[in-house]
Design a protein around this ligand. Structure first.
Ligand SMILES: Cc1ncc(COP(=O)(O)O)c(C=O)c1O
Length: 372
């Protein structure tokens, strides 16, 4: 049987019961389960605010939009970011006509604080930091840099549902942290995400912006007795249709119950990979940073002749992934090509080995035997 890089596991019967409640109540949209999921996420992570959106990409866009407009950033102002990521991370900077300035990655494949510092200019406004594979990298140092240079910190935590840093769920380190609950993430729904600001005003604003800028959502209007003015709302901003819905939140509510257990299993599998690859000089593994308990969304390794290695896997019905290709190779980021050589080299050599909850020891033994 084929072994794929990702295979999500769903608690189908429990999820269907949770969705049934939405259908029976006649409420599948914003509100009801989305509110319950936001509350459950805050309880689980300890983050002060959480707003459920239809993807991490939408959440990242809202994060950039809110910070830009709140602090008066101008077109062409700069956001320091990583070239080794899914393009969402960088596209959202362009959506707001800001300039992605690429800094290189370190031994954790996260942004290297030393290179961030070199890339800071008078126009730098923020750092967009990706916890790749669930790893925190040197996040503490990045937080310090942001304080020193008065930069905002946006954490793309697409891979970090369940990542702990210094013993606590990651997220409070940044001005805004955005998670992904896309179909193959650690907490899979179908497509959705959570945007978590530290500031109550920004949280309140983002709730309106994700619903087209409308001042009062339909769930609030439905539930509050405001006499014949119930229908009345204002539209102070040109917002977006980015909010999440109750059917997807119902999936998230169930999956969240199993996230800790699932991440424990992922960590066991990762430890087994570490053990099986020990002493293999053809493969370089990526360490988890100090003080980090990684959600282990990915198990990444660096190999020589990556395309040959991948073909060897495909011939055996095994389908690893590649996370990611250096974004400066894409036309819209080409202006920065050659500025981040560690990321470029990693992009040429990276493989994400299969890592999901349906794998057994024998699968990992087989996968790693092909790397000898
Ligand atoms: C690092 C990173 N950022 C952002 C995203 C976008 O997430 P979503 O699909 O929820 O928009 C992904 C998804 O793969 C990702 O891996």
């Amino acid at each position: 049987m084929a072994i794929n890089v990702f295979v999500p596991s769903f608690h189908t019967d429990e999820i269907l019961e949770e969705i049934r409640e939405c259908l029976d109540k006649g409420w599948t949209g914003l509100g009801f389960k989305t509110v319950a999921f936001e509350e459950a996420w805050k309880t689980y992570t300890g983050l002060p605010y959480a707003h459920f959106v239809n993807s991490n990409t939408s959440g990242l866009h809202l994060a950039v939009y809110v910070l830009k407009n709140k602090f008066g950033w101008k077109e062409g102002d700069e956001v320091i970011t990583t070239p080794l990521t899914f393009v969402s991370t960088n596209h959202v900077i362009l959506y707001e006509r800001l300039k992605p300035v690429f800094a290189d990655v370190d031994e954790y494949l996260c942004l290297d604080p030393a290179d961030i510092e070199k890339k800071i200019t008078k126009r730098t406004r923020a750092v967009m930091y990706v916890g790749i594979g669930g790893n925190t990298g040197k996040l503490d140092q990045v937080v310090e840099l942001c304080k020193k240079y008065k930069l905002k910190l946006i954490l793309d935590a697409a891979h970090m549902a369940g990542t702990k840093y210094h013993g606590k769920h990651v997220g409070n380190e940044a001005d805004v942290t955005v998670f992904s609950f896309q179909a193959v993430k650690n907490l899979p729904t179908a497509d959705s995400g959570m945007i978590c600001f530290q500031d109550p005003e920004m949280d309140a604003w983002v709730r309106k912006l994700s619903w087209l800028g409308i001042s009062k959502d339909t769930y609030a209007r439905f539930n509050k007795n405001e006499g014949s003015y119930k229908w009345r709302y204002d539209v102070p901003d040109v917002g977006f249709k980015y909010h999440g819905n109750s059917v997807i939140a119902a999936i998230g509510l169930v999956q969240l119950k199993y996230l800790e257990e699932d991440n424990r299993k992922r960590n066991e599998l990762a430890a087994l990979y570490d053990e099986l690859l020990k002493g293999n000089s053809k493969v370089k593994t990526i360490p988890v940073a100090p003080h980090c308990y990684s959600a282990r969304h990915l198990y990444q390794v660096l190999v020589e002749n990556r395309d040959n290695v991948l073909q060897h896997f495909y011939d055996q019905d095994i389908y690893p992934g590649v996370h990611y290709w250096d974004n400066t190779d894409y036309p819209m980021y080409h202006y920065a090509k050659g500025t981040c050589m560690t990321a470029w080299e990693a992009g040429e050599r990276l493989i994400s080995l299969p890592l999901h909850l349906n794998l057994f020891e024998k699968d990992l033994e087989f996968v790693t035997s092909l790397l000898k």
